[in-house]
Design a protein around this ligand. Sequence first.
Ligand code: HEM
Ligand code: HEM
Length: 165
Amino acid sequence: MSQNIASAGYSRAQIILHWLIAALILFQLLVHDGIEEAWRASHMGGAEAGNPLPHIVVGSAVLILAAVRLVIRLRHGAPPAPAGQPAALGLLASAVHWGIYVLLFLIPISGLVAWFGGVQGAALVHGGPLRLLLIALVLVHIAGALVQQFLLRSGVLMRMFRPGN
Ligand code: HEM
Ligand code: HEM
């Protein structure tokens, strides 16, 4: 994942995909009662029969959109770090971005393996460490965006609103 083409800015497609995926992730993190009930009913003798469909459909959409986004990212690249920014901050931002990309694949795939393969371990990893790591990385990511905007005043936040080319 070292490919780092410098572009003039994120493209319109990259920006739309960023906010669409962010909204879908938020939905997935908040709306999961149906699939949890269905999972317990089918694997743990639970009595309630929830509707798993919204979680499966939206989660699978995240997987497809993440793949599209990754292809565009590798072809189009991303704008370089703002001038004068400490190298450590740039490295942290890159690590967080690529960490999130990896989770955008691992989380839906572990969910699909759990649900369609009936693999309990995949469900545990899906709802446990992977979910917590995603939440932690996204919180660091949002904190970074706010620090860039309000403390460093680098204009980085606007990159995800205004297409660069
Ligand atoms: C980015 C996409 C996804 C996110 C962020 C996500 C997130 C979550 C969360 C937060 C839970 C509740 C875990 C808990 O509180 O213990 C959950 C449960 C679950 N998800 Fe997903 N999910 C995603 C995609 C999928 C997909 C595509 C499937 C495929 C069917 C799936 C299958 C499941 C199953 C089976 C459970 C119940 C596991 C259990 O209760 O132990 N998820 N998911
Ligand atoms: C679940 C929510 C989110 C996810 C999964 C996510 C994911 C990502 C990823 C993977 C990148 C790297 C883009 C690339 O190189 O292709 C990125 C960039 C960016 N994100 Fe997010 N993001 C989320 C929420 C947010 C929020 C809430 C904000 C604003 C507060 C934000 C602001 C930005 C900005 C400004 C960039 C560009 C950073 C730069 O050019 O260095 N993101 N995001």
